[in-house]
Write a protein that binds this ligand. Sequence first.
Ligand SMILES: Nc1ncnc2c1ncn2[C@@H]1O[C@H](COP(=O)(O)OP(=O)(O)OP(=O)(O)O)[C@@H](O)[C@H]1O
Ligand SMILES: [Mg+2]
Length: 255
Amino acid sequence: MSSVVLRTENVTQRFGGLCAVSNASIEVREGEIVGIIGPNGAGKSTLFNDITGLYTPTEGKIYFYDQDITGKKPYEITKLGLARTFQNIRLFPTMTVLENVMLGAHCRTKANLLDVVLHTRRNKKEEQDIRERALDILRITELYDFRYNYATSLPYGMQRRLEFARAIASNPKILMFDEPAAGMNEEETQDLNVFIKKLQDMGYTILLIEHDMKLVMNICERIYVLDHGALISHGTPEQIRSDPRVIEAYLGKEE
Ligand SMILES: Nc1ncnc2c1ncn2[C@@H]1O[C@H](COP(=O)(O)OP(=O)(O)OP(=O)(O)O)[C@@H](O)[C@H]1O
Ligand SMILES: [Mg+2]
């Protein structure tokens, strides 16, 4: 069996009196596409924030392979090999498409601040390597022709794709997408479906939060369902679709 890339162990996140995530244990194996679904406010993004170091869980542990990463800083976690996108697009509007992707690769550079300021040879070589790598990624994500355009001049679906490109640029082992299809039309969602499959073929492991059921059921091998912070179900798309607890969480209890 392939190894476990990411594991949360009884993660709980409280905000004052509110328990946003309660005792959540999930695991993602190498090469898998795993989904997290659940109604609004279920705690999905909070769990992502715990995993990627934006929050520190109130209780529980998070492991990347066998390494305990609980409480590590976001940049340390990115450097280890976890990259994410956000529910709301976070691009640098005054930078070009290429610059946005190059920025994503910068967590890997060895050049220190002094190198950058003094424009040392090491810095120049690294900058060149990063540029080449960013251009390769732009070809893969079919954004190459737009490399000199401002990021925010792109249509919505492409801006989303640019976010994926930037995440890939950090050379991650696992990609975490928070509602990648949000705001996309039918055609863009279909393209996204193909694109995520392509990322899997390229060897990436993927964990995604998504409301678009068609997309989730299509691409995920396994799905976790969160409701009011707690995991209420876990299984294959077929198992999830027919689980009465899931149907109840989405449709509400019949009185
Ligand atoms: N920093 C925070 N401080 C206080 N409460 C928070 C914070 N972040 C999230 N919450 C609360 O935690 C709960 C879970 O929010 P979260 O954003 O994780 O839900 P979600 O499942 O991602 O929902 P959606 O599908 O709407 O994106 C909500 O009640 C939210 O208001
Ligand atoms: Mg969310």
